[in-house]
Design a protein around this ligand. Structure first.
Ligand code: PMP
Length: 291
């Protein structure tokens, strides 16, 4: 495997950053997780845009332009001969001293790792997930805005830890006001009376690239989609529920907090969207290798 670090390629053993990098010391940096399917990178422009937007919000200047980042991403995939896989882009604040001051970090680092992905087991897609609500609330946007995909993922990790204690593979997180926000690493949707509903981004969620793609695909398939605020009660009484994310794609949820959602099986709308998503992912995107 070859890993890109600041313009050069290294083996996993040789790919290193400093212990004084503020990405390590303070979680000061940003990242993206991207998939490629069948030789196509899924929504590369959207992921790069979110990466640069996240960095801008943190006043972190990414040292290379977006076009160079795109080319470095594709080149990393090519050097690793990957047509199916997962790409992790990381930009750290760079080397500083032991204080917080980001202005003392003069050279942000760019890291690109491309690897094979471990897929969620097929039975989750066939039978659906059982999830629970955790007590950890999603970060308050005026403290650490969840729209920034930063290297500080402790909020999500704390939620994940709590979920694992009750045997759940994914967890529901509420925002500070008790509204449904998102899951530890996925966005959430419900279906009620043929209407597809998902929380609006301003509620304090990561605006998922998969989420946005699924909204478009659903509208193209003739469904009505609304971004609307709702509580857990809305999920308990929904006809269907599903999650979206780069790793999970579109995955059905059949139970929340021991309540059976709908008839307890992956719903028809969810199944349609899973198929539409897979078709899109395998046939569209940025080509890794020239034809
Ligand atoms: N929410 C959170 C907190 C996430 O970490 C992710 C995964 N990046 C998502 C939602 C889904 O976003 P995407 O579809 O862009 O992967």
């Amino acid at each position: 495997m070859l890993i890109y670090v600041d313009g050069e390629y290294f083996s996993p053993e040789e790919a290193k950053i400093s212990v004084f990098d503020h990405g390590l010391l303070y979680g000061d940096g940003v990242f993206e997780g991207i998939r490629c399917y069948n030789g196509y990178v899924f929504k590369l422009d959207e992921h790069l845009e979110r990466l640069y937007d996240s960095a801008k919000s943190l006043m972190l200047k990414i040292p290379i332009p977006i076009e160079a980042m795109q080319e470095a991403t594709l080149e990393t995939l090519r050097r690793n001969q990957l047509r199916e896989g997962y790409i992790r882009l990381i930009v750290t604040r760079g080397i500083g001293d032991l204080g917080l001051d980001p202005d003392k970090c003069h050279n942000p680092s760019v890291i690109i790792i491309a690897d094979k992905i471990t897929l969620y087991p097929q039975h989750y897609y066939e039978n659906g997930l059982e999830i629970v609500t955790v007590s950890v609330r999603r970060n308050y946007p005026e403290a650490i805005n969840p729209r920034i995909k930063s290297l500080n993922y402790l909020n999500n990790i704390l939620a994940k830890i709590e979920g694992k204690q009750s045997g759940a593979v994914e967890v529901l997180m509420l925002n500070i006001d008790g509204y449904v926000a998102e899951c530890s690493g996925d966005n959430i949707f419900i279906v009620k009376d043929e209407m597809i509903i998902t929380p609006p981004a301003h509620l304090g969620i990561l605006e998922g690239v998969t989420r946005n793609c699924v909204i478009t695909l659903a509208r193209e398939a003739g469904f009505e989609v609304e971004e609307r605020v709702f509580t857990r009660h809305g999920i308990y009484i929904a006809d269907e529920c599903f999650l979206t994310g780069t790793a999970a794609e579109v995955i059905p949820v059949v139970k929340l907090d021991q309540r059976v959602i709908g008839n307890g099986e992956p719903g028809k709308v969810t199944q349609k969207l899973i198929a539409a998503y897979r078709h899109y992912a395998n046939n569209f995107g940025t080509r890794i290798f020239p034809e």
